[in-house]
Design a protein around this ligand. Structure first.
Ligand code: AMP
Length: 363
């Protein structure tokens, strides 16, 4: 029998609950300090305790041997990307559910932009420092697709490469405001040069996270849920009137994800949601063999005209799917049973084992 395993964080509970519901043995690689939490859940059959989630501890020879002996298939999630280097993740010798090579495309902003462009997604313009000329962000000259909005605004968002949870991001409207905030990050040792930042047009709209699952077995794309993030302090600032904001001394915004809220879209927007997901699957097939397998998420905002601008993707399960341990409005339209993303992963593995096609869903 196979086991399904993952690191104890992010969406581990949902993944292992789903695996148990589908009849798998479940394994958690667990930091000692988190053991108390995970001991509460009876669907976790085995905990492998490690000092922390850096590669040398979480995937030491001993841990990998133990996973191997248990015939374990790993489910990668955001904590793998935030705790390990991409070469380390790629080198783990335990099979991953999904395409492990695409995680590099998620972690590297340039590759990420290439894949999104290949998928024909409407993405924000990326802006070079020279375009921040003091009055505008260089409308029309950026090297991204642009959101195609004639009423382009003059705000830009500067992001750290591979930043987890939007830490260190800032908004600027000209070179001076950019340099002030850039210098602050330099003095704190967070960045060393401008090259450490990726600057993008800021797109005004409401954030939406689209949770997909692609099955290479049935070749079907499923929309299993939608969420929005609850981020501090950016979601807190709107609770203070503008005058008080100005005098509050708040000089930093952060997008630290605290939780997620459920969301359903206007039904008329769903057709485009499916076609964006399909274009993403085709693009991944062309650029990152063997293509998209299993869960992924397209992340962006809907502007005032109901147009979607995508600023990110995750090429693996996202934590926003934790909302739907018992299924979502969208999963219920597809399955007459509670179908979380974690359970859907386990179901795909079970079907693949049954039809002797496991090689199509693991790398
Ligand atoms: P990210 O790390 O790219 O997911 O971004 C963290 C947060 O920053 C997102 O949840 C959005 O709220 C915001 N954000 C990122 N990029 C943009 C953009 N181009 N325009 C507007 N908001 C953005």
């Amino acid at each position: 029998m196979n086991a399904i395993g993952t690191l104890g964080s992010h969406c581990a509970l949902q993944v292992l609950k789903g695996a148990k519901d589908e009849g798998f043995k479940t394994i958690l690689i667990c930091e000692r300090r988190r053991e108390g939490l995970y001991r509460r859940f009876r669907f976790i059959d085995k905990r492998i305790l490690v000092d922390d989630y850096r590669f040398e501890y979480s995937f030491s020879e001993n841990v990998q041997n133990e996973l191997h002996d248990n015939n374990c298939i790993l489910v990668p999630h955001g904590t793998y990307i935030s705790s390990m280097r991409i070469e380390e993740i790629e080198g783990i010798r335990i099979p991953f559910f999904g395409n492990r090579w695409i995680l590099r495309w998620e972690a590297d902003r340039m590759l990420k932009e290439r894949l999104m462009r290949e998928a024909g997604l409407n993405i924000p313009r990326s802006i070079s420092i020279d375009e921040l000329d003091g009055s505008s962000n260089g409308n029309g000259n950026g090297n991204g697709n642009g959101n195609g909005n004639d009423k382009a605004n003059s705000l830009v968002i500067a992001k750290l490469h591979g930043a987890a949870g939007g830490k260190g991001y800032f908004l600027a409207w000209d070179k001076e405001s950019f340099m002030t905030q850039y210098n602050r990050l330099v003095s704190k040792g967070i960045v060393k040069s401008i090259d450490d930042l990726y600057i993008q047009e800021y797109v005004l709209g409401v954030p939406v996270y689209l949770q997909y699952f692609y099955s290479p077995l049935s070749k079907d794309l499923e929309l299993l849920g939608i969420d929005r993030r609850y981020e501090s302090n950016v979601d807190a600032i709107g609770r203070i009137p503008a005058l008080q904001q100005e005098h509050s001394g708040i000089d930093e915004i952060s997008y630290n994800v605290i939780g997620n809220s459920p969301l359903v879209l206007r039904e008329s927007l769903l057709d485009e949601v499916y076609s964006m997901g399909e274009r993403f699957v085709y693009a991944a097939e062309r650029l990152v063999k063997p293509g998209m397998i299993g869960p992924f998420c397209i992340e962006g905002v809907y502007d005032q005209d109901g147009r979607f601008v995508a600023f990110e993707f995750s090429a693996r399960i996202v934590a926003g799917t934790n909302l739907y341990v018992n299924g979502s409005p969208y999963s219920y339209l597809l399955y007459d049973e509670p179908m979380s993303m974690g359970r859907r992963i386990a179901r795909e593995i079970k079907i693949a084992i049954g039809s002797n096609e496991l090689d199509k869903v693991v790398t």
